[in-house]
Write a protein that binds this ligand. Structure first.
Ligand code: R1P
Ligand code: URA
Length: 291
């Protein structure tokens, strides 16, 4: 049975609904960034660019870097966008869009997030780099999919217990990175490993107060002090749990790399975020060449 037009939505030119891409325009190796302006910050180092497509916050460029074909895609902010981007990336790779049928031979994509983040431990300084070994999702995206088998349920229980979240909030979920990608990117010791909390917002969900008061004033302190078998939460951002969850659901490999722009304990925010993001981009491309 072909997938209905209301479920697999295509544009008039046959491209997938939000990303506006055709299957041949996507590489098997993908870099995701949050900010659409960051796409060209990555592809400025490419040898050539064959695809340049923009729709809403989703900007894609596909090209080659030292012989590797790579697509760079902006996701915008939040795991709600990750739901869209990952379903559409997988559809481009693994669904025959003309027949509206899942292909017999499934492709495994390699997906690397080059993102920005805030540290919540004193010894993770601003302007450093962190690779996410494990992501804790405070959003509820993964709970809408049949996903128990890909979650780290024991850690999630521990998060729920140690953080004593109010029962009207989403239950946290926990997912690991691709072990293979984590090993490849961290074995040289140029980047540290950490646990990343993915929050549903930048302000109260990450303990920031401008004018609106927090529901739980102790949330950040509990997160900083969280301990599971001597592992601690290192940094906060807004996409990685969704990326790890969706990648595992579809059988793709994913890794999230973070440029630390803020240290929440010292109260500092990077004066030159472009510089550390550029350092992360160069590091990512260097490691991709030997993947
Ligand atoms: O810089 P990006 O990759 O967007 O990542 C971080 O920055 C945004 C918030 O400023 C959120 O998307 C967060 O995850
Ligand atoms: O503190 C920070 C910095 C970047 N991105 C976030 O989500 N939080």
């Amino acid at each position: 049975m072909p997938i209905k037009e209301s479920e697999l939505v295509l544009n008039e030119d046959g491209s997938i609904y939000h990303l506006h891409l055709l299957p041949h325009q996507l590489a098997d190796l993908i870099i995701t960034v949050g900010d659409p302006e960051r796409v060209e910050k990555v592809t400025q180092y490419f040898d050539d660019i064959e695809v340049n497509v923009r729709k809403r916050e989703f900007h894609t460029q596909t090209g080659t870097y030292q012989g590797k074909r790579i697509s760079v895609i902006s996701t915008g902010i939040g795991t709600d966008n990750i739901d869209i981007v990952f379903n559409e990336l997988d559809a481009l790779a693994n669904i025959d869009l003309e027949k509206r049928e899942v292909k017999k031979n499934l492709k495994q994509l390699q997906i690397i997030r080059v993102g920005t983040s805030g540290a919540i431990q004193e010894d993770i300084p601003m302007n450093s780099l962190v690779a996410t070994q494990t992501a804790i999702g405070f959003d509820s995206l993964l709970h809408f999919y049949k996903s128990e088998s890909i979650q780290e349920l024991e850690i999630a229980k521990e998060v729920e217990h140690q953080l004593a979240l109010a029962d009207f909030k989403a239950k946290p979920y926990v997912v690991n990175s691709s072990a293979e990608l984590l090993d490849h990117f961290t074995q040289s010791g140029e980047i540290s490993k950490g646990i990343t909390a993915t929050n549903v917002g930048f302000y109260a969900p990450q303990g920031r107060v401008l004018r609106a008061p927090l529901q739980d004033e102790n949330f950040m302190q509990k997160l900083t002090q969280f301990n599971y078998k001597n592992l601690r939460v290192t940094n906060l951002e807004m996409e990685t749990s969704g990326i790890y969850g969706m990648a595992k659901l579809f059988g793709h490999q994913a890794l999230s790399l973070n440029a630390i722009l803020a240290n929440r304990l010292t109260g500092e925010f990077s004066k030159n975020p472009g510089e550390i993001v550029d350092q992360l981009i160069k590091f990512t491309l260097k490691k991709i060449v030997t993947l």
